[in-house]
Ligand binder design. Structure first.
Ligand code: SF4
Length: 355
């Protein structure tokens, strides 16, 4: 914890141990604090019942335990719920920085979809977040606090028999995680830590729009988490048309980095494919997508277009099935992920503080 104000949330176990020693307390307080924060999702220091009152007051005076409050929630009839969090005030214009996270209920899973930035520097044509003003990176504690806040709000625990048990976390909310690499990966490790939620690495997915240096770093560090790539078009020109990041990192370079990842990790990559009729669903696109999928160890998630930023049409259910079948006939693992949370603006591509 190198910052002036020590923030207990977001700190690793060894950092907490060192911190407590540095203020003249026994090192084991670090583990106690870590468990309170990351396993029991404590919201205030008053929940640190094993700490003497004087120590709690000392930490309180240091401002060591900030909160990421939920300021609004909206629940879809399908059980999915979106929450808006206040992530502090923008010093430039005093406006509250708000972020969104979604508790997705789908196919027997309960997945927290969380944000890594306030807004996004990229501008994917199908994504409402890309139209927002970028207001900065989130700290690791603000990333994990979205999960903990959603769990508290839903009355969810990690108990095996809890019908509300959290099963997955995906870094697919606002922002590009690999443009906030250190904090995003720190957050993933906090969620994975056995003294915290102990969420399996295979249940945590980091999704990137295609930041090649981030993928290379993820690979070289041997990160245990799943990697998802927001692919959305199998052709370099077509992809440039809907994803401006293609100008920075070309599709061939992206695919080379992904192949190196699958080879090094022995794991498949998950390609996300937002389906936009007249843009990426034609026969030639299917053929190119099949060629890519046969050259990379991958699965493909098909997602119907959820936004209406350019008067593009959402595919019909029949078009979705036809596209999926065309991939499956070629032996490609392709799944139709649908649009949980769409009625409350919580589905893929919709997070822009509306709805
Ligand atoms: S899809 Fe992701 S990377 Fe693209 S604009 Fe939206 S939040 Fe940013």
């Amino acid at each position: 914890m190198s910052e002036e104000t020590p923030i207990l949330k977001g700190a690793l176990l060894e950092e907490l141990t060192e911190f407590f020693k540095s203020i003249g307390e026994p090192g084991y307080r670090g583990k106690q604090a870590f468990i309170r924060i990351n396993r029991f999702q404590a919201r205030t220091l008053s929940e640190f019942t094993e700490f003497p009152l004087a120590l709690r007051e000392k930490l309180e005076a240091m401002g060591a335990f900030p909160d990421l409050p939920i300021i609004q929630t909206s629940k879809d009839a399908d059980g999915t719920e979106k929450a808006v969090f206040a992530a502090g005030t923008d010093r430039r214009d005093e406006e509250t920085k708000k972020i969104e996270a979604v508790w997705i209920v789908s196919e027997g899973r309960r997945t927290a979809c969380i944000s890594s930035q306030v807004g996004c520097t990229l501008n994917c044509a199908f994504c409402a977040t890309g139209t927002m003003k970028f207001r900065g990176n989130l700290k690791a504690w603000q990333i994990v606090d979205q999960v903990y806040g959603l769990m508290r709000h839903r009355g969810s625990s990690m108990a095996a028999d809890d019908p509300e048990r959290l099963t997955n976390v995906v870094f697919m909310g606002m922002g590009e995680p690999f443009y906030n690499y250190d904090q995003a990966l720190r957050a993933a490790h906090l969620l994975h830590n056995p003294h915290g939620l102990n969420l399996g690495a295979r249940h945590i997915t980091i999704s990137t729009a295609g930041v090649v240096p981030g993928i290379e770093r993820f690979t070289s560090e041997g990160q245990p988490f799943n990697l998802a790539i927001s692919l959305n078009h199998p052709d370099p020109e077509g992809r440039r048309d809907i994803m401006d990041i293609t100008d920075r990192f070309s599709l061939p370079d992206l695919l080379a980095a992904v192949r190196a990842y699958t080879k090094a990790s022995g794991k498949p990559v998950m390609f996300e494919f937002v389906m936009i009729p007249d843009k990426n669903m034609g026969k030639e696109n299917v053929e190119k997508l099949v060629a890519i999928a046969k050259s990379v160890n991958c699965k493909i998630n098909l997602i119907p277009l959820n936004t209406n930023l350019h008067n593009w049409r959402r595919p019909t259910d029949e078009e979705m099935v036809e596209f999926q079948n065309a991939l499956r006939q070629e032996g490609i693992l392709a799944f139709n992920r649908g649009s949980p949370g769409r009625r409350v603006g919580g589905a893929c591509g919709m997070l822009a503080l509306t709805g």
